[in-house]
Ligand binder design. Sequence first.
Ligand code: NAD
Ligand code: DAU
Length: 348
Amino acid sequence: MKKVLITGGAGFIGSHVVRLFVEKYPEYHIYNLDALTYAGNLENLSDIENAPNYTFIKGDITEENFINELFSTHKFDSVIHLAAESHVDRSITDPLAFVKTNVIGTMILLNAFKTCWSDNFEDKLFYHISTDEVYGTLGETGLFTETTSYDPNSPYSASKASSDHFVRAYGETYGLPYVITNCSNNYGQNQFPEKLIPLFINNIINNKPLPVYGDGNYTRDWLYVKDHAIAIDLVFHKGKLGETYNIGGFNEWKNIDLVRLLCQQMDAKLNRVEGASEKLITYVKDRPGHDLRYAIDASKIKNELGWKPSVTFEEGLEKTIKWYLCNENWLHNVTSGAYKTYYQKQYN
Ligand code: NAD
Ligand code: DAU
């Protein structure tokens, strides 16, 4: 039985990847390693927690002895590495935490994987999940391709860029078999309400201001999280070793336009008068070093592996809103306690 270690599987994207693999591949054993930081939540996986091919392991990727022991006990054939500190605003207030988890944690995993297989890597794979933010920012035109130079601007993207470089260096130096994917902004069920879409959904529900950074004219490319999980499955099984694939939604939105669409859909779902939620929009101080625009050219994964997004943004957003409205308990649980302190500090 193939043993697949998924790190960060209790987080937003990780939980969708874990579920997809547990359900689709009964012949694999899926190990979910997660430190359960503020962003990790086992409620995300309550529907599959008793599956016979699934094991949860609570642990921190920065604890070297623990990780080495784990690899020597379980001898994982493959790693899908998602564990990370993932929020740009938090990286601005605490950059070192991002270096620790995203850089050192990745190094510790790479070393453990390398030692475990004594450089005999047949049928093994280290799959590193990264972000389009490593490419820096675009102007009004152009797209990030797999050959765009790295030019990260935030401590978060610098830490992800650094971990990408180490994965590639281990490939070149030790022959470690790897693939890397760099994806655009994900949205969907189970996303922690520090990121734009779930934060604004939660604020609309509670009639709180919607803090739009700067003039709101920043642009992001949005991808439904389940489509990202499908792409990860495809790259895991069919991706070429040593390659990078960009993953994106072919779906660019200026923040302010996205927020207006969200407000309209929320008004309809909450039976509020048209325009009620838009009145909550409040322009606030900009994020330092705010990247103007991200846009992905995802033609490589489309042409070589046949992947494309399966839902339109309007459909995906509607599914997302519906999920948050039907799971107010989940929202309540993750926004009580430490979230309040974070919110107060970030939005004053
Ligand atoms: P998330 O913050 O929702 O989840 C991260 C998970 O990692 C959490 O479950 C957390 O408990 C765990 N974790 C954090 N530090 C850990 C440590 N030291 N040891 C073990 N587990 C730890 O993140 P996400 O949005 O699901 O992102 C997952 C990955 O995808 C990240 O690597 C991120 O950089 C990348 N990514 C995210 C997006 C996006 O839009 N969210 C887009 C592209 C790439
Ligand atoms: O591009 C991929 C990246 O997308 C991932 O690697 C990151 O993990 C993920 O967090 C995301 O980064 P962003 O910084 O783009 O996402 P965020 O949801 O924080 O912000 C989206 C846009 O909305 C950005 O331009 C900042 C703006 N914003 C965000 C928040 C939280 C606001 O205007 N107000 C807010 O309160």
